[in-house]
Design a protein around this ligand. Structure first.
Ligand code: BTN
Length: 221
């Protein structure tokens, strides 16, 4: 693993925003990780707030890219899930890249682009889990006494290994870890079964004899 540049900060607004600023100021380099102890304006997907008290992991990984690759979100979800597994947890991935333990969200991933960089934001609940209206939450301290540096160390190694992995291997691993495979989920109000992801990264759903491909919609389990 080539060296990563680690920028370790106290409480800031958001590691994603910090990454965007670095890029805008032309000070960003490939393989930079920004970590903060807490965030005052942590952001999630769907313009949601990511409540960010001290004790959890808040990190944004910056990589230089030549083109956008939406499939990276699967590799990152696996990296987070495998990180949790190293500490004895049994995570599942909820499409496209929420990480749940016992059906409760423990980690979220936010992928953004700026200039020729991708910014991969990851939040992992270690010591605290907020109560939010949208879903139930849990935290690593219910299962392990791992610290933020312990988790970050493993996470960097997993991401480094998986981000350039062959997509067929990623697809297979994602399917193994995904919630709702061969089970029932709700998609636009109808009960469907998740079959897996195709070679372009679309989710394959089955509704009776019909197969449906989707890229971005949320499903409910
Ligand atoms: C989600 O599930 O909605 C994604 C949450 C992503 C949260 C992380 S915490 C580190 C980084 N900084 C942010 O402001 N957001 C991401």
């Amino acid at each position: 693993m080539d060296a990563y540049k680690l920028i370790s900060l106290d409480k800031i607004s958001s590691t994603q925003d910090w990454a965007h600023d670095l890029i805008a100021k032309k000070q960003a380099s490939d393989k930079t990780v920004i970590v903060a102890t807490a965030q005052t304006a942590g952001r999630g997907r769907y313009r949601r707030k990511w409540v960010s008290h001290t004790g959890n992991l808040y990190a944004s990984f910056i990589y230089k890219i030549t083109e956008r690759n939406p499939k990276i979100s699967y590799a990152i979800a696996i990296a987070v899930a495998e990180t949790l597994m190293e500490f004895g947890l049994t995570p599942k991935i909820k499409w496209p890249n929420d990480i749940l333990v016992n059906g409760k969200k423990i980690s979220g991933i936010l992928i953004e682009y700026a200039q020729n960089f991708v910014i991969i934001g990851i939040g992992i609940n270690i010591k605290t889990c907020p109560t939010v209206p949208e879903y139930q939450t849990t935290k690593m301290s219910r299962f392990t006494d791992a610290t933020v540096p312990d988790v970050l160390n493993v996470l960097i190694k997993k991401i480094d290994k998986l981000r350039n992995a062959d997509f067929n291997a990623v697809r297979e691993r994602w399917t193994e870890l995904a919630l709702g495979i061969r089970g029932k989920i709700k998609y636009h109000g109808s009960e469907m079964e998740i079959i897996g992801i195709n070679k372009n990264g679309a989710l394959i759903l089955r509704h009776g004899a019909h197969y449906i491909l989707t890229y971005g919609d949320e499903i409910s389990i």
